[in-house]
Design a protein around this ligand. Structure first.
Ligand code: SER
Length: 318
């Protein structure tokens, strides 16, 4: 069967690359990118694009009616750092956006829905090392508890209505094509830009703050593998833990210095994002994803750093 795929929030860090990957697999015309903002050149010129605000149910209804998607990816969200500045808006967008899409997916019999969750669903009392799939979850950011509530909605729509919703708890995603969207893990992208442009960077997270991270190639591969997995293999309908690697700003700095020996780093005091990072896991146990859909990351810190340096250098024309 030929798929018709709708991607909501297509202009973001993950959307930009997912649109490209899915257009390569299914053909450009089969993948409709949509966003509230004007798309980047690469998205606008490689296939269909529709403007949509995920909070505007009427426009979304029209999009579902017009395109009859067989798969929907809902990527529009307000991330952790921005969410703390606009808590009510983050809750509204992250929650009501999801419920709109789940309802429309039911109404239009969309075969599969993808919705991303995050390591932000864990909180200060969750185990920090090898954080398991099931444990205490007491997120203390609006982003985190909107994602946790979203996971509950996904599981609920699957249980009550048989909707095939699939989800991953993404770690911090590192990439060079599109800018990250206001998260706590964004330092690990900014650092590469500044290393190449100015040779120095002030990190808003402290030297030994370890967080789970993943290279974009792995994140896209994970997303598509989960969506392609046979339905009977899936045992988790909230959201799957997923791990790539874990590192601190200091460890990342050392790797960058293998490429740019003169690169220097300093550390900011009292950035509000530090408290967010301190409430999150350091390493993740993703054995369920490995078991259910053969998840296996390919990028470690060494490979990620080499790839980021090379691609960013070229894209910045340095
Ligand atoms: N990268 C996200 C953030 O920092 C985590 O999901 O908000």
């Amino acid at each position: 069967m030929s798929e018709k795929i709708l991607i909501i929030g297509a202009n973001g860090q993950i959307g930009t690359e997912l649109v490209t990957a899915l257009r390569r697999i299914h053909g450009a015309e089969q993948v409709i990118a949509s966003d509230i903002n004007n798309p980047a050149y690469a998205i606008r010129n490689s296939g269909p694009f529709e403007f949509a605000n995920v909070l505007d149910k009427e426009t979304l209804h029209h999009l579902f009616q017009k395109h009859q998607p067989t798969q929907v990816y809902l990527l529009a969200a307000i991330l952790s750092a921005t969410g703390e500045q606009k808590p009510k808006m983050a809750w509204d967008l992250n929650m009501n956006g999801l419920i709109h899409v789940l309802d429309l997916a039911l109404e239009f019999k969309t075969a599969k829905v993808f919705w991303p969750s995050s390591i932000a669903v864990f909180g200060p009392n969750s185990p920090k090392q090898n954080t398991p799939q099931y444990c205490v979850m007491d997120p203390n950011t609006v982003y985190g508890f909107s994602k946790l509530a979203g996971e509950r909605w996904c599981e609920y729509y699957h249980a009550k209505h048989g909707l095939d919703v699939r989800s991953i708890r993404y770690p911090g995603i590192i990439s060079w094509k599109a800018a990250p969207g206001g998260g706590t893990t964004d330092y690990a992208i900014h650092i590469f830009h500044e290393a190449l442009k100015t040779g120095t960077y002030q990190s808003f997270l402290s030297t030994s703050t370890m967080l789970p991270m993943m290279y974009m190639e792995d994140a896209i591969r994970a997303t598509i593998s989960l969506m392609d997995a046979p339905i009977e293999n899936l045992t988790i309908r909230s959201s799957y833990n997923l791990a790539g690697m874990s590192f601190t700003p200091e460890q990342l700095t050392q790797k960058i210095q293998q490429h740019l020996p003169d690169f220097t780093i300093s550390y900011a005091d009292n950035d509000p994002r530090q408290a967010i990072a301190d409430s999150w896991p350091q390493t993740i146990d993703d054995s369920q994803a490995r078991q259910d859909w053969n998840w296996q990351p390919e990028y470690d810190l060494e490979r990620l750093t080499a790839d980021m340096m090379e691609n960013l250098k070229n894209s910045l024309n340095l």
